[in-house]
Write a protein that binds this ligand. Structure first.
Ligand code: PEP
Length: 262
């Protein structure tokens, strides 16, 4: 069964109290969706309180970044083992980190390796800018980001990796890639690269999320595409109603897919 994976990236939003309030509203609503994997990534300071609430529940908790060194004089940074003490997963390579904080394919690779070594699952983000998209460079950019970002990763490690394809022009803009365009990148660019590196079986089992202005009204049609295995959701994960509606859309797709197989 293809199990859809929806993760909420809260970015630099929600105080600890607000994060606790939001997750408390989400949790009872999420009890009925064991056919969908669901996760949230609050800001660092809110992570322990949210993780405490989610213990034993069907909501995984992650961080939005980490540093690759184990300890030392790196003021302001958080080490992989520190993240792994509290989190199930971590996001690396988000376009906002690439744009505002100097993240490169090489540093994505270092963070990914360190996160895996610490026992974390990882969502690796890739995606092109509007200019690159309009210049027909999507395939080249995503290919570079995947090859360099995942360099040296083994097939076993790949079992812990989700790829999030997030065209930058669609993040927080209300502009969504069409389901067909997004699926084309997942199916014809990303999946073949994963197959090349990890073999068909592993690559087919890896989840490729789409991210970029997913909302309750477009989630189901995106997730219904053959190679869109879930979503990384920013703005719409900041209220319980919209995030839960998106999970409902994912669950509906799963039910339809299972029924059509019978
Ligand atoms: C994101 O932050 O990864 C994202 C896709 O944001 P939004 O859903 O708001 O476009």
């Amino acid at each position: 069964m293809r199990k859809i994976f929806v993760a909420g990236n809260w970015k630099m939003n929600k105080t600890i109290a607000e994060a606790v309030d939001l997750v408390s509203k989400m949790l009872p609503e999420l009890e009925n969706f064991d056919d969908v994997d669901v996760a949230v990534a609050p800001s660092y300071l809110a992570v322990p309180a949210v993780a405490e609430l989610c213990k034993g529940k069907a909501l995984k908790v992650g961080a939005q970044n980490l540093f690759w060194e184990e300890s030392g004089a790196y003021t302001g940074e958080v080490a992989p083992q520190m993240v792994a003490e509290v989190c199930d997963f971590v996001i690396v390579g988000h376009s906002e980190r690439r744009t505002y904080f100097g993240e490169t394919d090489e540093t994505v690779n270092k963070r990914l390796k360190a996160a895996l070594a610490a026992g974390l699952d990882v969502i690796v983000c890739v995606g092109e800018t509007l200019e690159e998209n309009e210049a027909g460079q999507t395939e080249a950019v995503v290919t570079r980001q995947i090859s360099k970002g995942l360099a040296g990763i083994t097939e076993d490690q790949a079992a812990h990796i989700t790829i999030a394809y997030e065209p930058i022009w669609a993040i927080g803009t209300g502009r969504t890639a069409t389901p067909e365009d997004a699926n084309n990148v997942h199916k014809n660019v990303i999946r073949p690269l994963l197959k090349q590196q990890f073999g068909d079986q592993r690559a087919n089992a890896m989840r490729i999320q789409y991210g970029g202005s997913i909302k309750p009204n477009n989630a189901a049609e995106l997730f219904a595409m053959s190679d869109i295995d879930g979503g990384l959701v920013g703005g719409a994960s900041l209220t319980a109603d919209s995030f839960v509606s998106i999970i409902k859309g994912a669950s509906l797709v799963t039910i339809v897919e299972e029924t059509s197989k019978e």
